[in-house]
Design a protein around this ligand. Structure first.
Ligand SMILES: O=c1[nH]c(=O)c2[nH]c(=O)[nH]c2[nH]1
Length: 298
């Protein structure tokens, strides 16, 4: 390669390897459906610079690896499966410098009929997506991040937005009681992967989203802003899950504006707290990453 150039990024793999794994324990079956991306970075660049393929682990072989490891080891969680794949690629091929694996899960849920869980029938339940990414360098610890993605929620009260900057650009009135709707996305990084129950962490994060967005079923929880709700969720997540090092939460503010019906005499009241205009775009884009301080004891 010309001495004026250097690699900024390099790697190759198979994207969107679709797999359904069925675990059969007598009549009770359990399924996992995933889309897996693999990416390997080699310690040589001769494949790119010289057309020398002798070190290439074909993307087709990477795809086969996904199926073979699933068959031989089973699948418990996307995190465990990604870790299995990344460590396999590094231990099997000594010329692989970095392995990266992404998993997107398909949200199947066991069907429950009259309170009884079905043995082998499932419902596609796309309320919330579970994703994860593992990046592992040779000789290094795997860096694992999990995503809780696309969870659309709405509440009709216990949300306000007042006392923000008032200047010549402001048209929004103070809102003491408004609709709050968002699509929650949370990504969190683990500070360790050994002995972690990833399924339990996932369920805990889901419960915290309910706790901090919705609150108790009868009275809810007050939100003075999307920013504050994001922080309360992040703080609670770091508090109750020591295995998490940082958490990014994004909550686009999907606005619902009260329709102005004040000019219509046939509408008895000038107050309208029933009819709203859903406004998906533009949406407020509110996000933050909260991490632990270096040397933090918590
Ligand atoms: O919770 C909110 N935060 C904002 O920053 C903002 N900006 C806005 O127009 N509405 C809202 N709501």
């Amino acid at each position: 390669m010309d001495e004026n150039y250097e690699w900024v990024e390099r790697g190759y793999g198979k994207n969107s390897v679709k797999i359904l794994h069925v675990r059969r324990e007598g009549p009770v079956h359990t399924i996992k459906e995933y889309e897996v991306n693999t990416q390997l970075t080699l310690n040589t660049d001769k494949d790119y610079t010289h057309g020398d393929n002798s070190d290439i682990i074909a993307t087709d072989s990477q795809k086969n690896t996904v199926y073979i490891l699933a068959k031989n080891h089973g699948i418990t969680s996307p995190e465990d499966f990604s870790l299995l794949l990344s460590s396999h690629f590094l231990s099997k091929y000594s010329h692989v410098d970095r392995a990266k694996v992404d998993v997107e899960t398909y949200p199947w849920r066991r069907i429950v009929m009259e309170g009884k869980a079905h043995n082998h029938a499932f419902l596609f339940s796309p309320e919330v997506q579970h994703t994860c990414t593992v990046t592992q360098y040779r000789g290094g610890k795997p860096l694992l991040s999990t995503g809780l993605v696309g969870m659309r929620v709405l509440k009709t009260t216990q949300s306000a937005f007042v006392n923000f900057v008032s200047d010549e650009f402001r048209s929004l009135p103070d809102m003491e009681d408004r609709i709050f709707s968002t699509v929650v996305t949370a990504y969190w990084e683990y500070n360790r992967v050994d002995g972690v129950d990833f399924g339990k962490v996932w369920m805990t994060m889901l419960k915290l989203v309910y706790d901090k967005f919705a609150g108790p079923p009868d009275i809810g929880i007050f939100s003075p802003s999307v920013q504050n709700t994001i922080f309360l969720l992040q703080e609670a997540a770091l508090k109750v899950m020591p295995e998490i090092s940082k958490v990014q939460v994004t909550m686009p503010n999907k606005h619902y504006y009260s329709v102005d019906l004040s000019k219509f005499p046939e509408v008895g009241s000038s107050v309208n707290n029933e009819v709203f205009l859903p406004t998906d775009k533009p949406a407020g884009n509110i996000t933050a990453v909260l991490g632990r301080k270096v040397n933090s004891k918590l």
